[in-house]
Ligand binder design. Structure first.
Ligand SMILES: Cc1cc2nc3c(=O)[nH]c(=O)nc-3n(C[C@H](O)[C@H](O)[C@H](O)COP(=O)(O)O)c2cc1C
Length: 271
């Protein structure tokens, strides 16, 4: 009779053997997953870096929203190479030299009590709770003159914190663009922050009033064209009053004295 060749003493359904096989399978799988995570980490970090460069360039209007090259066919890395990345002390507005800008993460720093400050409710108009002591700024010069300046911004909308970049022209007052790379707002409502037509409305808006205070206002009805108020206005998002208010607040926060106000002031004098 052709019976199985299995050792009659080996009970493959015994608890010990079942456990050994299960543990063996788990070990092999965990080694595969860990190896993949380690091997793929450099690629993941490179992709994240490329993604942030694209977000910065798009905010500055230097890269179309639907392309990976500019009108001259230059790659993201080529265009971004024109930017100088500096760490800045947000309280003093001074550059900080002992920070590795390639690895420094301002959002992570904001979670560290030793590297950030708690905001009072009067200060915290963007609802971010803590503000990092040091942030990053992206400067592009043409013939030695500032041409574009980009700052990271964030603040609460309706469903969560929006993360993005705000770009200025070289005068450090005129907005060149605003773009968010992360948010939880509802598509079609607050999610219209991603609408290219709405984003285009930011170009040319004046960020400050005559006293140098943040003045951007998101309005349902525009002031008369040519009036001083009209220079600071952007259309509100329809059906999304809370996201709209969040965006107005975060832009005012990061252009204000608790945000990049001192840095922008310094840059105006030092260039
Ligand atoms: C499912 C759902 C999703 C919503 N998403 C948003 C949103 O992303 N942003 C926002 O400001 N309002 C959102 N709203 C609407 C708000 O609850 C609120 O009604 C609205 O902000 C009022 O805006 P309005 O005065 O322009 O109509 C949402 C409402 C619902 C029911």
């Amino acid at each position: 009779m052709a019976e199985s060749n299995d050792d009659p003493g080996f009970d493959k359904e015994g608890l010990k053997n079942v456990l050994m096989v299960a543990i063996g399978v788990c070990l092999v799988c965990s080694v595969i997953v860990s190896t993949a995570a380690v091997v793929l980490k450099p690629m993941r970090l490179a992709n994240q870096e490329l993604d942030q460069k694209q977000n910065i360039l798009r905010a500055a209007g230097l890269l179309p929203s639907d392309a990976l090259v500019d009108a001259q066919g230059r790659s993201v890395d080529e265009i971004f190479a024109e930017f100088e990345v500096r760490a800045v002390d947000l309280a003093t507005g001074e550059f900080v030299d002992d920070v590795d800008t390639a690895t420094y993460d301002p959002i992570k720093a904001a979670k560290d009590p030793a590297a950030s400050m708690a905001l009072t409710s009067a200060q915290d108009i963007a609802t971010i709770k803590r503000r990092e002591d040091v942030s990053l700024i992206y400067l592009k010069r043409t013939d030695g003159e500032l041409d574009k300046v980009v700052i990271p911004v964030r603040g609460y909308g309706l469903w969560g914190t929006l993360l993005g970049y705000l770009a200025f022209e070289g005068d450090l007052e005129t907005i060149a663009g605003l773009g968010f790379y992360f948010h939880k707002e509802t598509p079609g409502l607050g999610g219209e922050v991603d609408n290219p037509n709405w984003k285009a409305l930011w170009q040319g808006v004046s960020a400050f009033d005559e006293d140098g205070d943040p003045a951007v206002e998101l309005v349902k009805t525009r002031s008369a064209q040519g009036s001083p108020a009209a220079d600071h206005e952007v259309d509100a998002l329809s059906g999304a009053t809370l996201t709209t208010k969040g965006v107005e607040n975060l832009v005012r926060f990061w252009t204000g004295e608790m945000g990049f106000g001192p840095v922008l002031e310094n840059l105006k004098t030092t260039g």
